[in-house]
Design a protein around this ligand. Sequence first.
Ligand code: PLP
Length: 532
Amino acid sequence: METPDLKNLIETFFSCDKGELIRIFEELLSAMEAEEVLPPTKMMSQNYETAQANPEINTLPGNLKDARDAVFPFFWGTDGWFSRLHLENVKGPANYASLVGTLACLLKNPNLCVDTYSQRSNELEVKAITALANLLFYHIDSPWGVFTAGGTISNMYGGKIGIEKVCPETLRKGLQGEQLAGIVSTAAHYSNSTLASWLGLGTENLHAIPTDENCALRLDLLATKLDELFNSGIKVAFIIATFGSTDAFGIDDVSGIREITEDKASKYGMPVPQIHVDAAVGWTLCFLAEYDIEKNSFGFDHSILPVIPRIQACCRSLRHADSITIDFHKMGWGHYPASAFVVNRRNDLVHLFRSKEEIPYFCEAEYRRDPALFTLECSRPAIGPYSVMASLNGIGLTGFQILVAHALEMAQYLKQRIESLNYCKVLNLNTTGPSVVWWVLPKGRDAKRIFRRLEAGKLAEKDYQRYFHEVRHLYDRRKHMMNPQKDACLSFTTSMGYMPNDIALPAWKAVIFNPKTDRSVLDQLIVSIEEL
Ligand SMILES: *Cc1c(COP(=O)(O)O)cnc(C)c1O
């Protein structure tokens, strides 16, 4: 085929027109700048009604502006989470160092399956994983890992290694009727149910252990559960501990879990399960692992100084994990997808290895380093490593310490302000993260007393249901009345993780994720509660 069209296509879409690209990016950046001054709720509304009816595609070849026009309304209609009034959930603005890294990655579009598809980008993945592993485990023998498409997939790697460890050869032979179990806490993320079902274990074989009031898995109940399972001859493939639960930031005691599990396994002659830690949100606390609180060189607020040694103890216990999930696209302020699955001992990955015969077109793969030999994915983006290394080196260790400490300081401040109101109760007063979950009841009610009575089992169901209804009603009322120019956006959870007497606790929720969120935003939040 020798048409002028092919030549045009090559010139327009496969030759880099720097001027045109810069112009279009400039336009996108300007649109974003304009949006940043709007209140967070003023987004363009969705139009699902005809989205399916009109999936139009241009017929004739166009140019890069057609590409821009095809996505622009959706770009403009999408929130970049820049506003300091966004406190809803674990989402927020990605940092611009990450943008630089991510764009560089997209320009080359490497595929991290094997070295020959990615050259030095594979090397960058090794660097990024090692940097994160050093931060998480400190002194370790042989950390290794891969970037995945999200915390769910990273947790799935942990679960899969566990299954293969206690029931070897399942990769080839399947479970062969073996009933296996997995263990999490009631505050664990739902991705653990996903992996239990997808890995063939079945959600009914995933046991959720109740937590204490700080949303940490109760070790006494873990011991009981292990006795029960091992006694019936059921092998436990994995225990997935939570390091920072999504709503209330509960942190499980990983060294306690390790001790009890090894003890019980040896007592019953059972294989030791994989102890995987889901630190998707909680991992950034590790930036404070070595902060010297005596010197307090950043002058952290006295409200958070006592919290830091507790954080440091939690971080030290991570070395007892076999593997860890971290989401850099959450509190690393990186771009999606930048989740990492990190193992403490590289040899554990052997459990996932496929043979080279199974991957004929990667016959050049090397067991020493090529991820394609064990990853779930075949093609794998390099956005994670680029986002991580650009962010870590742009912002720096100290920069991350300041960002994390700021989030903790603000959360602590908000907890104190809310707790001082009689009709409010902070439900996660003693957890050590950036999230706050609480009740707002009608003025005149003694929220603390109501909470104590509920915990003590002294409230009839119709009473606590009425209180829960009030908590929800006041949340909806604030949402209805709020001034989008100054009132922060919050979210609501129907179960914050701690379940006294098996009762799920609904709560208002705020997460200090945006570094721009300051005391004035939180003061105004208190005003909006007082005015209800
Ligand atoms: C967000 C989250 C996940 C899931 O991670 P994705 O990256 O959204 O797939 C898992 N565990 C916890 C604790 C989380 O907060």
